[in-house]
Design a protein around this ligand. Structure first.
Ligand SMILES: Cc1cc2nc3c(=O)[nH]c(=O)nc-3n(C[C@H](O)[C@H](O)[C@H](O)COP(=O)(O)OP(=O)(O)OC[C@H]3O[C@@H](n4cnc5c(N)ncnc54)[C@H](O)[C@@H]3O)c2cc1C
Length: 500
């Protein structure tokens, strides 16, 4: 182990765990703080997968340039191009690290919205990709911890409260020296000092409860009406603490991704937390219908565009048997039986949770009548026409009305359907960083010893994140931060008197 002080990593999602493992595997001492009682954060819930280009699992002509261009287009001119370069150039390496060094299965590749090629990787088996990745990394950390117990301290129920700082020379800004955290089991407040602090505390898409302190309230009060797909721990702690304690610059904070499809649970319509209906459902061939039973969008365009169309076309305008509030939004996901076979684990899970039903056009019409009373005037034949029109677009390979270019199989006989609504899903904004994930303050200076990795950081995704790029960001920038820390620590070693 190097003789430098430890690095304190805060947050145990994919960003925090990647950083921890990378440092640990180079014998660097790490203290990992996690405010909940388990590791994994939202990363463990990720269901669509992780992007990578070019990989041996892709069987297409994808290139780094195509990935880069899709990312920039999706970001609507706001993305930091240097960060996009780092992300896309290192994506192949990220997939190889996960699959070859950590033996995580990511062999199945799908095409998500806004991507010009299939490049989102997940396993062929039952485990959701986020869970499989977190499991693979924690297993490796456990192995290293067993070999050298003193190398890593993993502190659960430990919530970051404050950064411990020191003023550097005049005009030089603050230097981070450690953290103050609360043991949420005992209420005790403790201080731990370290050479570096890596914030990996995630986004703020569930930060709606304590209004005067809520980042959503401050930056996007218009979004407070939407439910969320994020765990309740996702409250923007890192962004708030870094701004307060070291004047960190927060960038693109008004750019919050509203995912078009969170499942509405028929047994708990009003619940503020929704299971995400993974984009992979549309990727395998699923379509969306309005409450009136019409298609209304290319289901495979970027999330922001699909959401805009849902907001324009899918408002619930009348009291209904289903109990959906007037003024809320609902669209119906429809997946053919053949397409469902491409994602049996997702479909099985959603069905088990009561979020998807299987039935015929007649059953679908019954659901539509429950959410929109005027559908009493719609006949099964009317609804069948909508489905037939889509099936004929599949046959022609051309969707003249909405411009979809990638199709699944025709919707015939019995198929799957479920009700979805837009959900707050991802914060594109966060702490401004450089290419090594070093945090930047409002004067544009690097904040000495402070890193921000994963969703807590901002600037990479600009105005809209592509599906699969958040897990990737966590791995790529977790590695970048680690490398920067290891580089610094080597330099410090060399500068010690007597060091050869
Ligand atoms: C349902 C769902 C599905 C998704 N699917 C995909 C997908 O398929 N592909 C993809 O690329 N992205 C997906 N995303 C997005 C992606 O999962 C997250 O953006 C990404 O995992 C963020 O990783 P992270 O490590 O930065 O944060 P997180 O995984 O959210 O981890 C942050 C951790 O920090 C902890 N923490 C927070 N505050 C403190 C504090 N004060 N002190 C100590 N600990 C703290 C939290 O408890 C949490 O464990 C999905 C998101 C959701 C919600």
């Amino acid at each position: 182990m190097t003789s430098n002080g430890p690095t304190i990593v805060v947050g145990s999602g994919l960003a925090g765990l990647t950083t921890t493992l990378e440092l640990l595997s180079q014998n660097h001492h790490v203290i990992l703080l996690e405010k909940t009682d388990k590791l994994g954060g939202n990363s463990a819930k990720a269901s669509s997968g992780i992007n990578g280009v070019p990989t041996k699992f892709q069987h297409n002509d994808d290139t780094v340039d195509a990935f880069k261009s899709d990312t920039i287009k999706s970001g609507k001119g706001l993305s930091n191009l240097e960060l996009v370069d780092v992300l896309t150039l290192n994506s192949k390496n990220a997939i190889e690290w996960l699959t070859e060094e950590l033996a995580i299965d990511l062999s199945s590749v799908a095409q998500l919205g806004g991507h010009s090629f299939a490049r989102t990787h997940k396993g062929a088996g039952k485990l959701p990709p986020g869970f499989a990745i977190i499991q693979g990394i924690t297993a490796k950390i456990d192995e290293l911890q067993n070999a050298t117990p003193a190398a890593v301290g993993i502190l659960k129920n430990s919530r970051l409260e404050r950064l411990v700082v020191e003023q550097q020379g005049e005009g030089k800004g603050l230097k981070v020296k450690g953290v103050e955290y609360k043991d949420t089991a005992t209420g005790e407040v403790k201080v731990v000092l370290g050479d570096n602090v890596v914030l990996a505390t995630g986004g703020f898409s569930a930060d709606s409860q304590v209004l005067d302190k809520s980042l959503l309230h401050r930056f996007r009060p218009d979004l407070l009406k939407f439910p969320t797909s994020n765990g309740e721990q996702t409250t923007g702690d890192g962004q708030k603490i870094a701004e307060r304690d070291v004047d960190a610059d927060l960038i693109h904070m008004d750019q919050v991704q509203v995912h078009p499809t969170g499942f509405i649970n028929p047994k708990d319509v009003a619940c503020n937390w929704k299971f995400l209906c993974g984009e992979v459902m549309r990727g395998i061939g699923g379509i969306l219908l309005s409450p009136q039973g019409n298609r209304f969008v290319n289901e495979l365009t970027t999330r922001d565009v699909v959401t805009d169309h849902v907001l324009q076309v899918c408002e619930i305008t009348a009291e209904n048997e289903f109990g959906l509030p007037v003024g809320s939004f609902a669209s119906v996901l429809v997946v053919s039986d053949e397409d469902a076979a491409k994602a049996p684990n997702h479909i099985g899970f959603y069905k088990f949770q009561g979020l998807l039903d299987k039935g015929t056009t007649k059953d679908l019409l019954q659901l539509l009548r429950k959410i929109h009373p005027s559908n009493a005037n719609v006949s099964v034949q009317d609804l069948q026409l909508v489905i037939d029109e889509y099936n004929s677009a599949i046959a022609k390979g051309k969707d003249a009305k909405y411009g979809r270019t990638v199709f699944g199989q025709p919707i015939t006989g019995e198929f799957y359907f479920g009700l979805t609504t837009p959900v707050l899903h991802f914060a594109m904004g966060g702490i401004k960083i450089d290419e090594s994930a070093r945090a930047i303050n409002k004067k544009g200076q690097v904040i000495e010893n402070l890193y921000a990795v994963g969703e807590v950081s901002g600037g990479l995704h600009g105005g809209n994140r592509l599906g699969g790029s958040s897990l990737l960001e966590s791995v790529v920038f977790g590695k970048k931060a680690s490398r920067s820390i290891l580089g610094k620590s080597q330099t410090q070693q060399q500068q010690k008197p007597g060091h050869i």
